[in-house]
Design a protein around this ligand. Structure first.
Ligand SMILES: *Cc1c(COP(=O)(O)O)cnc(C)c1O
Length: 420
């Protein structure tokens, strides 16, 4: 018998890890479900053969695939700089030295932790309700969390006084990163620039402010993104991704804008060939004039469906208040019980029945801080929104009108029907 014992050999923080879960762990994509759970761009990518009319796509040079990809990606970085240099926040201009590109924002989140946090000693500050990957990645790195919740719905803005107090308190020396999400997930609220500034201007704290702008392209105005503002601060990081606004979650590309010294560290610690040639050629196409025009057209259609959901949702019996903002490609709504109160039993039942009996997958967020009874619904195509609204109306009527015992039986019957 080998003396090997996984329980004593592997790191305790890894053994205790709860992997990041998505709604698709509960409901597999069998090709018939409407997937409004993961905030992807339902309108498809801005390339040919996509689900939308688009100009011709990138030409992929497959014959070069026996060579390693470019480890520096300077031409791709320059295109990101061109896109985000708006002079809304500074007169200065971004350059590729301000950039790190990674395998989605997920690589950037992990790289920042490895760059700044000593395992078992340092901490990060997060503002719930927020994106789950910050805490998963922190735990992988054996880095503890300090939580300063956002101010209550519907604003979900940063509790600036709370954050500043935490950065002056007993944990201040251990806190290396503050993760802010703007527009927030699951809140959909753009954060105020002055609040970000107030954290950056903390007089004693020695750490980095990370603003995750995964959804910034769904917010209005060129000043929504703070990316170019990194040229004015030594310790500001702005993360973006091609997964949402650009409809390219499948290529896995994230970008970090920051000061050249921080960018140098991130580039030094990454795997040398982290971005594949296929990924960078599609990304460069998406950031070309033709790609940006196609992306803008897609975004307009998406925003029209967001407006439609904002009009239609309040007309459905059992839908409560919109929580949070409208700056993203998803909306956070309360589900009400028979007494008209936001309620997690109702919201969870609606989530399950929508998926199991109507083929519509959304995200249950009722257990997140300040999100009692809430579902987060990604904005879909016109047809998907039509089907979602009808399915939600019927599901709420079923859930709110049926006594719990009968509901349980129905649920079991429905679940076995799906399996069969
Ligand atoms: C979806 C999302 C991302 C994107 O992650 P990728 O790894 O780039 O796909 C980043 N941050 C937040 C808050 C998100 O919701």
């Amino acid at each position: 018998m080998s003396p090997f014992n996984l329980e004593t050999c592997a790191r305790p923080n890894i053994l205790a890890l709860e992997p990041y879960r998505c709604a698709r762990d509960d409901y597999k994509d069998d090709g018939t479900n409407i997937l409004l759970d993961a905030n992807e761009n339902a309108f498809g990518p801005p390339v040919s053969n996509g689900a939308v009319d688009a100009p011709s796509g990138p030409s992929l040079n497959l014959s070069g695939l026996h060579r390693y990809p470019d480890p520096h990606q300077n031409s791709l970085k320059q295109l990101f700089c061109n896109l985000r240099t708006t002079h809304a926040h500074t007169e200065r201009t971004l350059s590729p030295e301000n950039l790190f590109v990674g395998v989605g924002s997920d690589e950037a989140i992990d790289a920042l932790l490895r760059c700044f946090c000593v395992p078992g000693r340092d901490k990060i500050l997060v503002c719930p309700p927020t994106y789950g990957m910050y805490s998963v990645s922190a735990q992988v790195n054996d880095v503890a969390l300090v939580k300063v919740p956002l101010l209550p719905a519907p604003d979900f803005q940063v509790d600036v006084a709370g954050v500043r107090a935490a950065l002056s308190g007993p944990d201040a020396a251990a806190i290396k990163l503050v993760y802010l999400c703007s527009p927030g997930n699951p809140t959909g609220s753009l954060l105020r620039k002055d609040d970000v500034r107030a954290v950056l201007e903390h007089p004693t704290w020695n750490g980095v402010v990370v603003v995750d702008e995964a959804y910034v392209d769904f917010a209005t105005g060129p000043e929504a993104s703070l990316a170019e503002w990194v040229v004015e601060w030594p310790n500001l990081v702005v993360m973006q991704t091609m997964s949402k606004g650009f409809g390219l979650a499948g290529i896995r590309l994230g970008a970090v804008f920051t000061s050249p010294p921080i960018a140098r560290l991130l580039n030094a610690l990454k795997a040398p060939y982290n971005i594949s040639s296929l990924t960078s050629s599609i990304a460069e196409y998406a950031l070309s004039e033709a790609g940006l025009a196609a992306t803008r057209a897609i975004r307009e259609k998406l925003i029209a469906q967001r407006e439609r959901m904002l009009r239609e949702m309040p007309r459905i019996s059992g839908v409560g208040r919109l929580r949070g903002g409208t700056d993203s490609n998803f909306l956070l709504y309360e589900m009400l019980n028979a007494e008209g109160k936001p309620d997690n039993v109702t919201a969870l039942a609606v989530y399950e029945r929508l998926a199991e009996t109507k083929g519509v997958v959304v995200r249950f967020r009722g257990k997140e801080h300040g999100c009692l009874g809430c579902l987060r619904i990604t904005v879909g195509t016109e047809d998907e929104v039509t089907r979602f609204l009808a399915a939600l109306e019927r599901t709420l009527a079923e859930v709110r009108g049926i006594p719990p015992a009968a509901d349980e039986e129905n649920r079991e019957a429905a679940a076995s029907a799906v399996v069969a």
